[in-house]
Design a protein around this ligand. Structure first.
Ligand code: HEM
Length: 412
């Protein structure tokens, strides 16, 4: 099944999806009926796509997916990527569904790119060298500096922005090691969703206890949770034996740029060396990770621990987490108990994103306004895959009780 594609990307997706139309994945179900196609799912990382580490001027940032795509020349090696290339590679190599590829690409460009030149490229790391002030949002920041717009606290392995001196993009080895150790002693390590939910809870509790400016707004809840789900969802290796995929310690470490000392087992991180391993097979063709998958994963997260969908933030130092009053924030459309049911957590976060993301870019005109329209359509497309209560607006002023929100310019 092909999802509706925003008009801007129509031509691209008609081309991009055609090769992958033999889907056996029923995206309306959360249980897969995967079959394995070794030829179609194989990602060849030899020849022009052999691993090549970044040079000193190449951009790398908070996303292991994009970093590895750049290291294998699936997107430009310098880490300055066009909107369409980032969508294309995420779709073709890692198996994003079109809804996610569209959303991630557009949000990436809107917050990380140069809105003054509108060249539709953005850096996957820090600001591109030599850029002048854009006048709209200042220097194009690159994905590394999109705090509380895209990059969020309580990520799987990246540190919290205010806790690590405005470095929310580098892997913190302690966080990776905590994840790694969850399966280290298992006879058959597999970093599946259950493992990642345990890690997600640890990271959330750490942020409350260690980051005085922890902000876990609706959009941040969605982004930081989804990036946990991406780990089993997109990094798993597939085979005839495991058509639904399995994520081993070796594959996890490789895509995260981590090596292990053969004699001591000690882990080390080489910044920017994220690598797709040899003999790696992506998700089933046509079975891209979509918003339907996210809604199901969020629902499982809510059952695993209801705290994890209770948005809010620290209000006055560490361990002062105050949940947002969902009823007041949504004018009574949702309440906190509803977020524990079905697709409601995903519905609420996406509908809040529809209100909050464009509001942070108020006053823009021309093509940016066109892109905001595309963003709105991409969010609406993702929402149309779910059955949601109707929410017309949010009381964004209620977010001002959280210092982590007010401290970040253009936070959402
Ligand atoms: C247009 C494409 C993409 C964009 C713009 C993008 C952007 C980002 C950003 C801004 C973050 C930081 C989020 C945070 O701090 O919570 C992130 C994290 C992440 N992304 Fe991507 N991404 C893209 C594609 C992918 C793909 C294809 C994968 C496949 C593996 C991926 C996997 C991840 C993971 C696992 C994280 C969490 C990193 C960690 O904290 O350990 N992303 N991405």
């Amino acid at each position: 099944m092909l999802y509706p594609v925003a008009p801007l990307f129509h031509l691209f997706f008609v081309t991009g999806c055609a090769a992958f139309s033999s889907s056996v994945f029923d995206s309306s179900q959360t249980t897969r009926r995967s079959t394995f196609d070794s030829t179609a799912q194989y990602i060849n990382v030899t020849g022009p796509h052999a691993f090549s580490p970044p040079g000193p001027n190449d951009m790398r940032g908070p996303c292991p997916g994009l970093n590895s795509l750049a290291n294998h020349n699936f997107i430009p090696h310098n880490g300055i990527v066009s909107l369409t290339d980032s969508i294309d590679a995420s779709f073709n190599i890692y198996g994003f569904a079109t809804d996610f590829a569209n959303l991630a690409g557009i949000i990436g460009y809107l917050y990380a790119g140069n809105l003054a030149t509108l060249d539709l490229t953005y850096s996957i790391g820090g600001p591109p060298p030599g850029n002048v002030l854009s006048g709209l949002l200042g220097k194009p920041p690159g994905l590394s500096f999109t705090h509380n717009q895209f990059e969020s606290d309580s990520s799987p392995t990246r540190g919290d922005y205010y806790q690590f001196n405005h470095n929310g993009y580098d892997l913190q080895l302690s966080a990776f090691t905590e994840l790694y150790n969850l399966q280290k002693d298992s006879p058959n390590p597999n970093y599946d969703l259950d493992v990642l939910l345990a890690h997600r809870l640890t990271r959330y509790q750490q942020s409350i206890a260690e980051n005085e400016y922890f902000y876990y707004g609706p959009v941040e809840m969605l982004f930081s949770s989804v990036t946990h789900f991406f780990i089993p969802g997109l990094m798993s290796n597939h085979s005839a034996e495991f058509p639904d995929g399995i994520l081993s310690s070796e594959v996890l470490a490789s895509i995260y740029g981590i090596s292990s000392d053969p004699s001591t087992g000690a882990l080390s991180y080489t910044r920017g060396h994220e690598r797709i391993p040899d003999n790696w097979y992506r998700r089933p063709i046509g079975g891209g990770y979509s918003m339907v998958n996210t809604a199901a994963d969020l629902a499982r997260m809510a059952v695993y621990n209801p705290q994890l969908v209770a948005v809010g933030g620290n209000t006055n130092g560490v361990n002062t987490f105050a949940p947002l009053d969902i009823t007041a924030f949504t004018n009574g459309v949702y309440n906190s108990a509803m977020l524990l049911e079905g697709s409601n957590a995903a519905c609420f976060a996406l509908q809040a994103a529809q209100q909050l993301l464009p509001a942070a870019l108020q006053g823009v005109e021309g093509l940016v306004a066109g892109l905001l329209q595309q963003l709105d359509e991409a969010l609406a497309g993702a929402l149309s895959e779910l059955t949601c209560p109707q929410m017309l607006g949010v009381d964004a002023s209620m977010l001002e009780q959280y210092p982590g929100y007010t401290m970040t310019p253009h936070a959402v």
